[in-house]
Structures are given as structure tokens and as C-alpha cells.
Write a protein that binds this ligand. Sequence first.
Ligand SMILES: Cc1ncc(C[n+]2csc(CCOP(=O)(O)OP(=O)(O)O)c2C)c(N)n1
Length: 537
Amino acid sequence: MGKITVAQAMVKALQEEGVEYIFGIPGAAIYPFYDALYNSDIKHILVRNEQAAVHEASGYARSKDKVGVCVATSGPGATNLITGIATAYMDSVPIVAITGQVMSSLIGRDVFQEVDITGATAPFCKHNFLVKDPKKIVEIIKKAFYIASTGRKGPVLIDIPFDIQQQEIEYPQSISIDIKGYKPTIKGHPLQIKKAIDLIETAKKPLICAGGGVISSNASDNLKKLIEKHKIPLISTLMGIGSIPTDHPFYLGMIGSHGQKKANIALREAELLIVVGARLGDRALGDTKITEKMKIIHIDIDPAEIGKNVGTDVPIVGDAKYILGEILNRITEKDLCWAQEIIDENTNKSVSNIDYLRPFEVLKEISNIYKGEYIITTDVGQHQIWAAHNTLIKKPRTFISSGGLGTMGYGVPAAIGAKFANPDEEVIVITGDGSFQMLMQELATIKREMIPIKIVLFNNSRLGMVYEIQKKRCSSRFIATCLDGNPDFELLAKAYSLEYLKLDNKDKLSEAISIMKNSKKPFLLEVVTKPDEPTIT
Ligand SMILES: Cc1ncc(C[n+]2csc(CCOP(=O)(O)OP(=O)(O)O)c2C)c(N)n1
């Protein structure tokens, strides 16, 4: 094979990594790469703002367990990626972001569209590369995919100067990846695993808390078998939703300040907490004192997470799937679950005397009608918590939400990525009128690509979650939370060729959701709700 340009080598290396889609927007500093894409099998999805490109790569990655790829030009293109990269970092989502950079000889001179994107993203990127040697490009791409998708997964950025993309190189025949100092531990220390098993066997009230690590390491089957064998109740973080089916009798719900009652009761009563793939941040735990009286086993692929937020008695660094498998094989069977009373407690909300449309009923009805056969993405706000509490999630990777950073605007682009990754699945976005408007220009991508995503928009004409805080904690001194000036969403749907229905009372609830389900087109269901609807109902 003769010489090819670095840009062509990039495309070839991406194809070798199995990349099907790249989400992005071109520009002067990245056009050689785009030119090389012209003849490739990789499909480029043109977004309307680079932030959406990262979220689309994220929705793709999370729903499919594959690295998502996005691309942007230098300067403003690159800085528009920043929120998405930080979002992916907080939720450990494997992404490779490629940015064009100004000519190598001009770096550091504040030339047109120059920005130090490797410096800017270093604190919230798993790793990043500024390409200086054209001959290294294939190795860098392979390393980037390896780093993004192994150990604790996360975003990796490759910044490539314009002139380097145009240089010619021989495509290397074979490259083996060996990164000094980067050897994620998979198996966990046998002694620690033994200690954990002993503690679980002797504990009267063990409880497992599943985080996003259970899902990203595909540990769900082992987790389910373990809790059924030893009758251990399960709670989860927002990121851990879908670890086991949410209607499983042993699943008590999401914990924390926005969590479910049963889950928080179980957390208070447990004497041994087995944390799997979760960092137990402030939102998940609220008061860390709660864990002081209990013993804690903490399993995580990232040693830096263990003991960061809660003290740990038995730390185990390794892959959740492997370690849960080890514990499962050696744990005894039990007959009874200590939390049976909590499990049996009836927390079904009474709907009998409520005559107006309540969000939780809408979400329950979506769950009933779809029977959990969907991928749900959410935005951030009250609607996110309503969705976390009330939607039936049957499989891992089907509840996709910005957990760590809480990024409004995530829902629609994440759904687009998830739909490209899973064209045969129904993909439903649960969003609020504030979040939706952060990246609603992505309706253009939906229109052009004709992807039948269903958007359920809870319109309370408020930044509801903040409005609620102002009501409770600021004596109703409402400032900057009323969304006057919202567009006419029906006209908006029309502008982007979406089918549209408005739901503002209970009578047509089932009918509206059935119509949405039966539609083969992109669909906007606007659900008008009261501004005073509480987050926790
Ligand atoms: C990018 C971004 N800006 C601001 C916030 C702070 N914030 C959290 S929830 C929220 C309100 C969300 O409103 P909406 O999307 O309408 O959802 P609702 O709470 O009404 O369901 C805001 C402003 C955020 N999380 N993300």
C-alpha cells in the first residue's frame, strides 16, 4: 500500500475500530478529515450544535455498549463540545471526540479559531492527545478507543492540527497497544473477595446499591442471580436504574434526596451495604452519616472512587461483572429476605380522587402501554425524577439520563444517538419545556434523518425543579423560573414535520399514548402540567 494522508489514515483506523456513525459539524480546521470521510462507509450525522454531537455519541455508546464518536472544528466548535465531554466523563461514557486544530506552527499565537482544547478538557476527560507526529496517528486512534472503553470508561479527545491531517504517511501494518502505567484491574483481590463473602454470609441485613458501573460492565445478570440466590434487596442510584428490572420484587428503587421511600428506608435499616459501581455522591446519599453505623463493601473498577465519599471496610478494585460472578458462585442460598416488610409496603399512589393530569400517571401509562419495550432518555429536572420513579425499565441500557453533571439538553440528542444505535427499538425522550429548548434545534437532525423518535414534553411553563426550590426555600420569591415566551409547540412540531398531540386532561391519556406508540413518524406529545406539581409525589 502506498502513502495516504493522515486524514485518510484516520478514517481507515476508525473503520477498523468498527465505527458506524460520527456526529459532528465541519469547519476550516477539520475539512481534510471530512474530505477523507467522503468515500468511506462511516455515516456522518450533521448536528446543529456540537454539544448535541457529544450527547448523540453518548446516547449511542450507552445504549449499544460501543464507543461513540464525535467531531468538531477548532475554536468554537471544540469549545461547544465541552459540556458534552464533561457530561460523558461524569457518567463514565466511552467517547472519542476528534477536534481540528490550527496549523502546528501557529499553535500558541492566538490565531483565528485557536483554542487550547486539550488544556481546557484535561480535568474532565479520561485522556487527551494533541497530535504532533503524523506517523503516530493510527496508534493514537487505537489508544484512544482502548482507553475510552476499558477500565472506568470515559471520553478521550484527539486534537489534530490542520497541516498534520494533510501530511502523507505509510499506514502501519500492525500496532499493539501497550500503555505504560495503564492496566485496569479486572479480577479484584481474592482475599478481599473472600472477606466480602464472609461479611455477606454473616450479615443479617445486607443491601446492595447498584450504580452505573453495573450497567457499563454488563454485570446485570450476575447481580440478579446473586440477589435472588442470597435474597438481598437492591437499591440503585440514578445511573444504576435498569441494573435489574424495576418491577423485580427485590428492587426497592432509587436512593437519595430525590429517591424513593422504600429505598431510603432500606438504606437506613441495612447493616451491610455492598456498593457496586457507584460513587455515592451527595445526591445519591445526601447525609453520609447514614452509612457510619453500617459495614461497607465497595466494588469499583476505579480505585479512586473507593472511599471517596463513604468510608469502606472491604474495598475491592475490579470489574463488577467478574467480582459479582465470584461472589455468586461461592455464596450460600437463603430462603428469606430481611426486607420483606419494606418490599410489601404498599407505596402505590392513590389516584382515585385526583381529577387533573399528573405526570406520574402519564409515565405509568406509557409503561403499561409499551410494557417497558423502549429505550428512554431523559433531560434534567422534575420530569427526570418522575421518569426515574415511574417508568418500567426492564433491561440495562434502556434508561439513559445525565446523572453526574445533570445536563439540561441531554435528552433529545441522546435519543438520536440511541436510535441510530438501535433502529428497531422505540426511543422515547422524557423532557421538560426548559431542557427541551436547550438543544431543540436537533429536531432538524430528526427531520432530515427521518428517525421516528417520540418526545414526551412536560410543559409546566417553568424551570420546574428550581421553581419548586424557590417555593419551598425562598418563600415563593420566584425569580427567573417562569418560561414566558415559550414557543407554540404545535407550530414548532409542524415546522420540523413532527406529528403532534397535546394532552391537558386525563380523559384522553391512554388514547394519546396509543396514538404516539402506533405512529411510525417522529412525534411530539405535549403534556400540559401544573407548575406546582411536586417532584416527589
Ligand atoms: C445546562 C443546565 N443549566 C441549568 C441547570 C439547573 N437546572 C436544573 S433543573 C432545571 C429546570 C429544568 O426545567 P425543565 O426542563 O422545564 O424541567 P422541569 O423541572 O420543569 O420538569 C434547571 C434550570 C442545569 N441542570 N443544567
